[in-house]
Design a protein around this ligand. Structure first.
Ligand SMILES: *Cc1c(COP(=O)(O)O)cnc(C)c1O
Length: 367
């Protein structure tokens, strides 16, 4: 971990204490309030739950600390992405999105095209730069992409997109701020689903947007208030608890994935492994350059859909579930949701189980 990541991880745990008054609880307060006591002039006070909540603001301070940028929280990753698109795009604008990224993002962009006359183009992540970025108001990328784990050069794309007058938005869900820092690489906006590793306990939907663009921040906050796209305070409180251990969980998960990926790749039952940490992986060189860690998601191709289902079912330390980033390892056959992947392709999300135990259980389930 870099010195600055290490410093951010350490100081995250003391943000609240540093601002506390004598006698304040050290743990975050769960403020459940739609109304506030407001006699007389309400200016300068919390006014209504759609705009003001101390627990959500505390979560935004914690996320903003990790992102090193002002951050706005939303009730899900998709709500965060919707807020960015709604804040940046006007009818007639052009938007570029990956053809191999998160499926729901593509569906949302198709909705913007059909309902709001936004022109949407798609390109595969590995060749995203081909064709240039002239005329695009927004370029939206995921690196590594979910679920294929292909990469694109964020620094080079940011430079080119900005030079042609557009903005680069990076979905950093797979990496978290401990795995990759797109704003440092030149991106204008980071979006992420905190439903995944940041909360990490598979019990909350939440998302955020981080940006240093003051005008966009104003638009995001206005959108949130107008659209009512505000997280629940209890979810924010749970996510604060989850965030406190993100650094240790993420380190364990990434360490385990690095140990496990080559063991899986060496097995005759496995046709292919995608993991940016493996030296032969098409994403390796870029990932090594622009990521701090290689992540905890492994793409595994087995002989058939049946072999993939059997592997997931047999492994005692694997939960069959969609989504990723939880404390427990999970897996799913992505083709069942219509992703354009091999029927035997399994997305494996490495959890916090002790590495040797997990590795042994995964190898045993392949037999
Ligand atoms: C899960 C996910 C989202 C959507 O987040 P939700 O919290 O489920 O709305 C967006 N992008 C990526 C890459 C994701 O994995």
């Amino acid at each position: 971990m870099s010195d600055s990541d290490s410093r951010r991880a350490a100081t995250l745990l003391h943000l609240r204490g540093a601002a506390a008054a004598k006698g304040d609880p050290l743990a975050p307060l769960l403020v459940l309030a739609s109304m506030y006591h407001l006699p007389g002039d309400p200016a300068g006070h919390p006014q209504y739950g759609r705009a003001d909540n101390a627990t959500i603001e505390e979560l935004e301070r914690a996320l903003g600390h990790l992102e090193d940028a002002p951050t706005v929280a939303f009730p899900s990753g998709m709500a965060a992405i919707t807020a960015v698109l709604a804040s940046l795009l006007r009818a007639g604008d052009r938007l570029l999105v990956p053809s191999d990224g998160y499926y729901t993002t593509r569906e949302l962009c198709a909705w913007f095209a059909a309902h709001f006359a936004v022109e949407v183009d798609t390109r595969p992540t590995p060749t995203l730069e081909e064709g240039g970025f002239d005329g695009y108001r927004v370029v939206f990328v995921e690196s590594p992409s979910n679920p294929g784990l292909d990469a694109c050069d964020l620094q080079s794309i940011a430079r080119k997109v900005n030079a042609s007058g557009g903005l680069l938005v990076v979905d950093n869900t797979l990496m978290t701020p401990f795995g990759q820092r797109p704003l440092e690489l030149g991106a204008d906006v980071v979006v992420a689903s905190d439903t995944k590793a940041p909360n990490g306990h598979s019990d909350v939907l939440l998302g955020h947007v981080a940006t240093r663009d003051a005008e966009l921040l104003r638009a995001l906050r206005a959108w949130r208030k107008l659209a009512g796209s505000i997280p629940g305070p209890f979810e924010a409180w749970l996510a604060l608890r989850g965030l406190a251990t993100l650094e240790v969980r993420f380190a364990r998960m990434c360490d385990s994935a690095e140990a496990i990926a080559p063991r899986l790749a060496a097995r005759p039952e496995v046709r292919a492994v995608r993991f940016p940490g493996s030296t032969g992986d098409p994403s390796h060189a870029l990932a090594a350059r622009q990521q701090a860690r290689f992540g905890f998601v492994i793409g595994l191709t087995l002989a058939s859909a049946a072999a993939a289902e059997r592997f997931i079912e047999r492994c005692a330390l694997l939960e069959p579930a969609t989504s990723f980033g939880g404390v427990h390892s999970t897996a799913e056959r992505r083709a069942r949701w219509g992703d354009a992947v091999d029927p035997g392709f399994v997305r494996l999300s490495i959890g916090c189980e002790p590495t040797a135990e997990l590795c042994a259980a995964l190898l045993a389930a392949l037999e």
